[in-house]
Design a protein around this ligand. Structure first.
Ligand SMILES: Nc1ncnc2c1ncn2[C@@H]1O[C@H](COP(=O)(O)OP(=O)(O)OP(=O)(O)O)[C@@H](O)[C@H]1O
Ligand SMILES: [Mg+2]
Length: 388
C-alpha cells in the first residue's frame, strides 16, 4: 500500500495534481482514496463532483474524502478541550477566548492527517493520495509528536499518580483545576496515534512526499525550505512537480519575459532538488476542472509511468553531530571528483562539486555555524560545520 502526499506553497496546484494523480492510480486499477485536509472543499471543485466527509465514490476504483476538521477535533480532543477551557477560564480568561485557546494552532490539520493512518490500517485501499495544506502548515505538524510530549510533561506537569492522591485536597487549596483521568487518557491516546502516524509517514516504502511548485522566486524559496525540514525530520520526498510552465508554443511577445524567467527558475529548481526527478506540467489554456482535464494533466505529468512508483529512494540529506562539530551529509550520487566549493548566503548554502551545483537552505541549528571544510566519499558529500 502506498501513501502519496502532495504539498507546496498556496495556489501552486496541489489539489489539481493530487486529483489528477488519484485519477491515474484508479485508472491503472488501484483502489484509490483521495483526501483533502482543506476546509475549503477544493477537491470537489477539481472533480466537479460532490465529495462528503466520508469516502464518496467518484469513478471506478476512486473515492474522494473532504475531511471535516471541526468534527475531528470534537471527536478526538473534546475532553482536553473542555479541561483547557476550564483551566483558562479559572485564570480569568474570557469564556469564548478560553474555548478558542483550547484548540492549538495546526490541530485541525493534525487530526485530518490522523485519518490517513485510520484508512491505512483498514487496508481498504491500495493507494491513498493526500492533498496537504500549504508547506508552512505541514511543516508545523511535524513537530507535533514532540509538542504533545511537551504538553504531557509541562501542562500536565504533576505526575498522574500524584494527581490521584492530591486531588482530594486541591479543590480547596489551589484555584487551578487538575486534569481528570479522561484528559490524561485522551492526551496519551493522541500521543500514541500521532507517533504511529509519523511512523507511517516516515516509512519510504509506504509514503512518498511530492513537492508541487511553480517556476517563481518565492515559491522556490519556500519549497526549498520545506525540503530541508522534511529531510531533517526523516520524511522522504521523491519527486518535484513543476506546474504552470508556459509551453514552447507560446510565442506571444507579451509572455516573452515570463518564459525567460521561468527558464531561469527551472534551472534553479534543478540545482535545488537535483537528485529528485522533476516532472514539468504546462500552464493550460484554462483551469483544471473535471475528469477529462485531470486525466490530461496526469498523462502530462507521468506519461507511461505509474504514480505509485518510488521515484527516488535515498535519504538525500542528514545532519550528524560528532564531538563539537555538526556534519551535513548530502547524497550526491554520480558526482565526479572535483574541487568542492562552498558558499554561504544568509541561511542558504551553495555547493559546487565539479559541474554540479546544489543550493539548499540550512536548518536553524546550522545557520549559526560556519562551514569549515568538506570531503566527498562514496557519493556522499560531508560538510563540517563549527562555531565561527
Ligand atoms: N497547469 C495548470 N494550468 C492551468 N490552470 C491550473 C494548472 N494547475 C492548476 N491550475 C488552476 O490553478 C488554480 C489553483 O490550483 P489548485 O487549487 O490545484 O492549487 P492549490 O495548490 O491546491 O491551492 P491552495 O493552496 O489554495 O489549496 C485552480 O483554479 C486550478 O484549476
Ligand atoms: Mg488546494
Amino acid at each position: 500500500m502506498r501513501v502519496l502526499l502532495y504539498t507546496g506553497k498556496g495556489g501552486v496546484g496541489k489539489t489539481s495534481v493530487s486529483a489528477a494523480t488519484a485519477l491515474k492510480c484508479a485508472e491503472l486499477g488501484y483502489r484509490t482514496l483521495v483526501m483533502s485536509t482543506d476546509p475549503a472543499h477544493s477537491l470537489a471543485d477539481s472533480f466537479a463532483l460532490p465529495i462528503k466527509s466520508e469516502p464518496t465514490p467518484l469513478t471506478e476504483n476512486l473515492w474522494g474524502l473532504e475531511i471535516d476538521p471541526f468534527r475531528e477535533i470534537e471527536e478526538n480532543w473534546a475532553t482536553v478541550k473542555d479541561y483547557l477551557s476550564t483551566l483558562f477560564a479559572s485564570q480569568g480568561v474570557d469564556d469564548i477566548v478560553a474555548e478558542e485557546l483550547s484548540i492549538l494552532p495546526g490541530m485541525d490539520e493534525l487530526f485530518s492527517l490522523l485519518k490517513i493512518r485510520q484508512f491505512y490500517e483498514k487496508e481498504a485501499y491500495d493507494v491513498i493520495v493526500v492533498d496537504c495544506a500549504p508547506t508552512g502548515a505541514t511543516l508545523r505538524l511535524l513537530h507535533f509528536p514532540d509538542m504533545i510530549g511537551w504538553y504531557m510533561r509541562r501542562l500536565f506537569h504533576v505526575e498522574r499518580k500524584v494527581v490521584g492522591t492530591i486531588r482530594r485536597f486541591t479543590d480547596e487549596i489551589f484555584s487551578v483545576p487538575l486534569p481528570g483521568d479522561e484528559v490524561y487518557d485522551t492526551v496519551e491516546r493522541l500521543y500514541k496515534r500521532v507517533s504511529d502516524m509519523k511512523a507511517v509517514l516516515a516509512d519510504p516504502k509506504i509514503t512518498s512526499i511530492r513537492l508541487v511548485l511553480n517556476p517563481e522566486k518565492m515559491v522556490i524559496e519556500e519549497t526549498r525550505r520545506a525540503y530541508t525540514y522534511l529531510n531533517l525530520f526523516g520524511f522522504v520526498c521523491d519527486a518535484v512537480i513543476a506546474n504552470k510552465v508556459l509551453p514552447e508554443e507560446v510565442t506571444d511577445e507579451y509572455f516573452a519575459e515570463w518564459k525567460a524567467s521561468q527558464q531561469r527558475y527551472l534551472e534553479e529548481v534543478e540545482a535545488s532538488f537535483g537528485s529528485l526527478p522533476i516532472f514539468k506540467v504546462r500552464l493550460y489554456e484554462r483551469e483544471v476542472v473535471g475528469i477529462d482535464a485531470l486525466r490530461q494533466m496526469a498523462n502530462d505529468i507521468y506519461g507511461d509511468r505509474d504514480p505509485t512508483e518510488r521515484f527516488a529512494d535515498s535519504k538525500p540529506m542528514r545532519i550528524v553531530k560528532r564531538g563539537k562539530d555538526y556534519w551535513l551529509e548530502l547524497h550526491l550520487p554520480f558526482t565526479e571528483k572535483g574541487e568542492i566549493q562552498l558558499m554561504r548566503k544568509g541561511d542558504e548554502l551553495i555547493i559546487r562539486v565539479g559541474t554540479i551545483k546544489r543550493h539548499l537552505v540550512l536548518p536553524h541549528i546550522l545557520a549559526k555555524q560556519e562551514p569549515k571544510g568538506a570531503k566527498l566519499e562514496n557519493g556522499i558529500l560531508q560538510v563540517r560545520f563549527g562555531m565561527p
